[in-house]
Each structure stands twice: as C-alpha cells, then as structure tokens.
Design a protein around this ligand. Structure first.
Ligand SMILES: Cc1ncc(COP(=O)(O)O)c(C=O)c1O
Ligand SMILES: N[C@@H](CCCC[NH3+])C(=O)O
Length: 449
C-alpha cells in the first residue's frame, strides 16, 4: 500500500526491502532525529511527554482513500475496535467511510463525532439488551446478529417499537485463516457467528425471513485478522454466496449486501509483506463475480470493514529509554517508560515490531536487543527481537512502528499506569486527540474504604 518515501528513511536497516512500516510523513531530519512532517519527535516528546502514540493524519486519511480506490464498488466501514476516538471517527466519516462499532461505548464515540447512525454497523457476540434498544432507537444502519437469542431479542424490540431494523446474520463459514489462532474467527471452534456446518446460520435466516419483522440486509462473515492474501476471504465468500443462492435473491433483493469483514494484514517488520490492496481486491472481486455467475444470482453490494490496515501503520509509539542492561552472550535489555499496558500484542500474540532510535542516528553496529516495558512481569516485552545500535542509552527516544491498531485500544492500567495520549500530526501541527491519563483520573475511580 503506497510507495516508499523518497526522503531519508527512518531506519536504513529496513530500506533495501522496500517494505514500508513507518507512516508516510515519518523521515529522518538532517540532524539525525525522526520527524513527522516538519515536527521532530524530540519536540513532540518535550511538549507532551512519553510514552505517547503519534498519529500521522495523512497516513490515516490516505489509507481510507486507498481502500475506497481499491474497492470502488464496495461500502467501506472503518472497524473502530482497532482504535477509536472522536477525531479518527470524524476522519473516517470525512473520507467517506462508515464506522463499525462493537459496543455501546464505541457507538457513543462514533455518534458524538458526527457519524450518522445509518452509516454505522453494530457488532458483538453478546450485545446487551440496552445496546440493542439503543441501536434500534437510533436507527443504526445495520445490526449484525450473532445468535438465536439475539434474533429473538431484536425481534421483540422491533415489534414493540413498530420499527424494522436492518440486520445481517453473521455466518461462521468454517474457514481456517492463516493467522494467529487468537485472531482467527471463521473456523467452527470459536465464539462468533452462526455455523454453516451445523445448519444454525440457515435456521436463523429462515426464522428472520418468515417472521418478517427484521429487515434482512444480507450476510456477514469475518475470517480473522492480520491476513496476508485473499484466499480465506475468497473461500468464505464462496460459501456465503451459496447461502444467498439457497434463499434466493430476486433482482438483487431482498438482501442487497455481502459483508466480508476486515482482516487485511500489514507489515510490522520488513519481513512481513501482505499482497497489495489492489491485488487483494481484484482477486476477491473476480471470485465473487464468477461465483455469482455460476449460481445465477445478482452480484450483491460488497461491504468491507478494515481496521488494522487503516490505523495500524498510521501510528507509532514514542518511548523514553530508562535503563540499558547488556546481558553478555544473550542480548541487551532496553527498558522503556511504557510496555504491556500500552502494547499487549507482543505478550498476547507473539507480535513482532520494528524499533529505532528517534532522537539521533548512530554509526555503532546493531546488537541483538529486547525492548521491554516497566511493568512487574517478565513477559512485559514490546519488541522481542530488535536490532538497535550498541550505544543505545538512557534518555534516548525510541520509536516503535505500526502501533495504531489494537494497542491504545487494548491498553490497560496495569500497575496503576495512566494510559498514553494520542497525538495527531497534520500540516498544521500536533494536537492531542486523546489526552494522557493522569494519576488523578485513576484515583477518581477509587471510592476509598
Ligand atoms: C466483525 C469484524 N469486522 C472487522 C474487524 C476488523 O479487523 P481488522 O482490524 O483485522 O481489519 C474485526 C476484527 O477482527 C471484526 O471482528
Ligand atoms: N486484537 C487483535 C485483533 C482482533 C481483531 C478483532 N476481532 C490483534 O491485535 O491483532
């Protein structure tokens, strides 16, 4: 997605491969430190402190547009679970995307950012009654139903209110996606959706149609996350389209949409290279077209829900190095002022990341390094295998690339640690779009003995 910057690359080590892991406006300035556009990360750290997430707004917006260009016929929803705040919800909306939410809290953020309810899709495998009532009352565009209980609850709400909410049935197509087992969501032995294999998807669809209370907008499936090629999406589309054919889709209706979820992978290191978005889209469209022709059904409106591939590469995390411990014969341990409370992905999924010194360059040879956090846990690792110059020292700034997705969003207050801010940079400068949490914020929740 996008080409490498012609400017000085943040890390010469990764340059030859051509894989870009840093946001498009990040480059090394002539004095050696990293900059986002015209702003040095050094200055940002002085102004806002560390750790901090830094969002390159142009990267975020550019990626929204790249999805729209690669899938010109599709509806694109930004999956807010990857990272949501009012500023990014507004950016996604301004770029012509809808927003996919999976909780009442995410719904509140999207609405208060001015995202129209009809451009919101609501997910969740165990939505509360209150969430269903609220989504129905607000006229949320699509509620993706995930269980028989939910179909019954939503049907009762719709009857009582005398409305016809738009729904999709989340189908579990029985596809094994090539990704970490904790982020694969379309195989049989997991919690999301209604199964194709045991007939529950078909039963739920029949029930909704015969009741006629809910308005069927189509079928949904999501094969998993951090997926590098289109094969799992293609297989899922094929299986779900067979359901369209079984239930008939006269003249393009009554189910106009086929939602294939998100899952588009990104490069966390130069060793990881997903297929280009255009190739992904072309392959998927081809299979859907062929399948519709074979099944003699109209081509449904394609819907996708990318999260990671929009916000992930748009952010970096800026840390300050506190301690450096060389362990001869093993590696150097570099401790930063954040850790698993702002990035749980390394501990949870064995995720890989790229780190570089952000305040200067160094000519010292890289040594095997592990970037660790400040938490009371030996698994508190930010970058398991980093290659940082042997002279990395206390006081240096460290930037970790591609931390926009599922890092701030999954951040915790472990060890009573306030969560970092999100600082958005555009041509006008830098602003906090999420401020830093304070000790006072945390103490406010503690009602005392
Ligand atoms: C239903 C649904 N849609 C979209 C997404 C976004 O996925 P990704 O961030 O991998 O694009 C997810 C998360 O995996 C999801 O569960
Ligand atoms: N949290 C996961 C992705 C989950 C996607 C949501 N269904 C990750 O960081 O990779």
């Amino acid at each position: 997605m996008g080409s490498d910057s012609a400017r000085s690359h943040p890390d010469h080590v990764e340059h030859p491969s051509g894989v870009r892991v840093w946001p498009r406006n990040v480059h090394r300035g002539p004095e050696g430190g990293l900059k986002v556009g015209a702003l040095s990360l050094d200055r940002i750290a002085d102004q806002f402190g560390t750790p901090a997430f830094v969002l390159d707004e142009a990267e975020f917006r550019g990626r929204c547009r790249e999805f729209r260009d690669a899938f010109p016929e599709a509806k694109v929803y930004y999956a807010g679970k990857a990272f949501l705040c009012r500023a990014v919800a507004a950016m996604a909306h301004q770029e012509g995307l809808g927003v996919d939410v999976c909780s009442g809290g995410e719904l509140t953020v999207a609405l208060s950012a001015g995202v129209p309810p009809e451009t919101i899709t609501m997910h969740g495998n165990n939505k509360s009654l209150e969430e269903l009532e609220r989504a129905t009352a607000l006229g949320v565009g699509t509620i993706v139903v995930d269980s028989f209980e939910e179909v019954a609850r939503l049907t009762a709400i719709a009857r009582r209110r005398g409305v016809r909410p738009g729904v999709m049935v989340r189908v579990m197509p029985g596809v094994e996606a090539h990704t970490h087992e904790l982020v694969a969501t379309a195989h049989d032995d997991q919690k999301f959706g209604l199964s194709l294999r045991d007939g529950s998807a078909e039963a739920a669809i029949s029930g909704i149609i015969s009741d006629g209370v809910l308005q069927m907008r189509g079928l949904h499936c999501h094969v998993g996350s951090q997926i590098f090629d289109s094969s799992a999406h293609e297989l899922a589309a094929t299986r779900v389209l067979a359901l369209y054919a079984r239930f008939g889709m006269p003249d393009g209706g009554p189910w106009p949409e086929l939602n294939l979820g998100g899952g588009f992978g990104i490069s966390y290191t130069t060793a990881e290279e997903p297929v280009s978005l255009c190739d992904f889209a072309a392959a998927l469209e081809k299979v859907i077209g062929q399948e519709c022709a074979t099944l003699r059904i109209p081509h449904p409106q394609l819907v996708i829900e990318p999260g990671r591939a929009i916000v992930g590469p748009s952010m970096l995390t800026l840390y300050r190095v506190g301690t450096v411990k060389p362990r001869p014969g093993l590696r150097t341990y570099v401790s930063v002022d954040g850790g698993m409370s702002d990035n749980i992905r390394t501990a949870l999924y064995d995720a890989t990341y790229t780190a570089t010194i952000a305040n200067r360059t160094s000519t010292v040879a890289p040594v095997p390094t592990r970037v660790v956090g400040r938490h009371c846990e030996s698994g508190d690792i930010v970058v398991r295998e980093a290659r940082l110059p042997g002279d990395v020292r206390s006081g240096d700034l460290l930037a970790v690339a591609a931390t926009g997705a599922y890092c701030r969003g999954m951040a915790s207050n472990y060890n009573h640690t306030p969560r970092p801010p999100v600082l958005a940079v555009n041509h006008q400068g830098v602003r906090a779009v999420v401020r830093r949490e304070t000790d006072a914020d945390l103490m406010n929740l503690d009602v005392g003995p």
